[in-house]
Design a protein around this ligand. Sequence first.
Ligand code: HT7
Ligand code: ZN
Length: 874
Amino acid sequence: PQGIRLADYRPPDFLIDSVDLDISLHRSKTRVVSRLAIRRNPKGRPGAELTLDGDGLVLRRLLLDGASVAAEATPDALTLHATPDAPFVLEIETEVDPAANTQLSGLYRSGSAYCTQCEAEGFRRITYFLDRPDVLSVFTTRIEADVAEAPVLLGNGNRIDAGALEGGRHFALWRDPFPKPSYLFALVGGDLSHISERFATRSGRMVDLAIYVEHGKEKYASYAMDSLIRSMRWDEEVFGREYDLDVFNIVAVSDFNMGAMENKGLNIFNDKYVLASPETATDGDYAGVESVIAHEYFHNWTGNRITCRDWFQLCLKEGLTVFRDQEFSADQRSRAVKRISDVRGLRLQQFPEDAGPLAHSVRPNIYHEINNFYTATVYEKGAEIIRMLKTLIGADDFAKGMTLYFDRFDGTAATIEDFLSCFAEASGRDLSQFSLWYEQAGTPLVTVESDYDAAAKRLTLSFEQSTPATPGQSEKKPFVIPLALGLIGENGDEIPLVSREAGAQECERGLIELTTQKRVVAFENVGSHPVVSLLRGFSAPVRLAPPQAAEDLQRLLAHDSDPFNRWQAAQSLALRSIFARIEAARGGPAAEADGPFFDALGRLVEAPERDPSLVAQALSLPSDIDIAREIGRDVDPDVIFSARSGLRRDLGRRLSAALADARARLVPAEGFSPDAGSAGRRALRNAALDLIAAGDPGQGGALAERQFGEATNMTDRLAALSTLSLLPGEAREAAFEAFYARYAGDHLVLDKWFALQSTIPEAETTKRVAQLMEHKDFSLANPNRVRAVVGAFANGNPTRFHALDGSGYDLLASVVLELDPKNPQLAARLLSALRSWRSLEERRRKLAEATLRRVLAAPALSADVSDIATRALG
Ligand code: HT7
Ligand code: ZN
């Protein structure tokens, strides 16, 4: 297959000004009548024929201006070879089968409800259409259903009519006045309960807010509602964006391929990101609800009011909206902790993607299957680009550029060039080199050499950037890299930055712009031997080399005014220790003593004035996957596991008293609050439990058992179960049984139960996972459950997934192949767990490659899975 190329973009030949839909819901025979007001696009090719997209459709009827018309209809396209020059109305009737739709794209059933998912190309599974984001239409949707089956009927926009019909049927009529692309269409029909609120926008318009859930789940939706109201207020205050319809509805469903969907006025959510209660949701789940609710709401302006011209521009809405939701969460919680956890996520997901065969630029220029481009690169690296832009041009010009963007492109389908032009205009800066961040894949490596001349009191820093080759891009041009930095003196104080460089102003406010391959910067009046705190706040998505000396990292850990870099120093010290342990295990020199590092962490644990959530972050060591990424080649997950376990054990032993004291100091308050402060105290208490158990399984196991039994919230109960899960024996199995018995009716909690078992790093786990897939509560039809069992195993259990007998890869391949005909999007995502196979040591590399080849050779493979397997092998 050729693939679709950005360079081949052409404006549509036709436009569809309005769409009138009449959808009569039925489990297996839903009738869809669509009336399209079509006209030729003056920017299209004159005389071009009209081809509408379809996917698996059956045409029942076709009329042009009320009369029958010759056309060619296949399941995948409807072509009219001759069309009038004047505007015309095309009436199309199709029939679809929601009950048989296991792909969860188009119109499908989740539980007893009807719902839709149209991004990226699901609308064409409902009716024939110009299913591309640059065709914007005003939608009116009439939905009809049995009252008993679907008393609630929801559509985009405002409800303008509703009523009873004969035969136990009823209807609702929805009109969305804002022209939108078809991917933002949605409907829901079902027997649902809801909670509601009213929101007054800053200009005084009243908006009815509602969250729809299964009956009995209303009490779990209040945090989502609270998050929505805070998001709406924040977007007004920070970005000047007001909501624009009379209603905003959210519906929670259990079967959903991704997190949520920003359909205009009718967001549809994976219920994981709506439902939360102290008894069923962890602090991490609360934070997830808050950020996904905000993300989808923020799309109303960045995505819906201004949409994407084509799917290559996906980062235009996704990167920007992730940046907006990250800023929102940072304002609601601890900014430093939020930054640390976002960077952790970026390094865990995006860096490996950028370093492997699936690497692609933030704005790709070719795709075979667009669903495979909803990636960490487009989303998270896309957000980092916006963050760098803000750093480079400053907050004021960034705000001006955003306002210009909203004013100029409202109601249009825009491109990255359109977006950047607003910031170039607002700041007066040429952003052409900056735009390389959208075009070149790969994570740049910045090497820094520092030379301190004590006599001249001068520090000279020499920077050099290089970016590895990625598929289809062997040569890279230099990026614009904003490097935020500070200097820490011997007494721990910040050294004022004095520079005589060109661009000294930036240097003196602690920002170096690396725009060429090499740059040398000198700082004067540096009176004592400084330690450089570089890449403060993770000011650019790059890697740094060489590693800093242990004493320098100690100084940063103790004194850096930048909380991100204090955390980074702890991570770097831990990595040093792990690498030294790996070397020693291979017969190299004995590992350097960890005493000073452990003592530094101990001082953090003992300091009551420290933010507990930051201390918890400092205690949480780089994961096996972080370590593998840093090693980069010939990775042996068993060696990593044993070095990391050794460090945890030694750290736990050394700090056991301090950790126990911290736990005693952080006794939980009466009642539960999900706020950041309370969550931080729980995080530190549970990080302490985990390390105590690593150092002394007997003592830790007993503590964990007690906490498991006495916990009054899910964060503490699950943390205890997680600690127990690493301690083989009867207590662990009894705890898993008790957990299951307690939460048997709650599918979201059961996902945690499944996932935790799938990540136990023991030889028996692969068998356990196979058994879990036979469990009565397991189903391939539910994406959350599949992710909990198979996703958690493949992405969160490196020693078992990469087992030397190939059993982990076999398990993944068999699930991918069984799932592929049912839900190819999900199957393809699971398979991408093998994306870093080339960095493994030889035996595993061969096994992984053979697995990918076996999958690729399977008959009737979907485009989704075939695309991932082909590129992974490429
Ligand atoms: N914009 C939404 C993307 C999405 C999606 C994409 C492909 C297949 C299913 C999907 N569900 C949602 C989600 C978001 O980024 O807000
Ligand atoms: Zn999004």
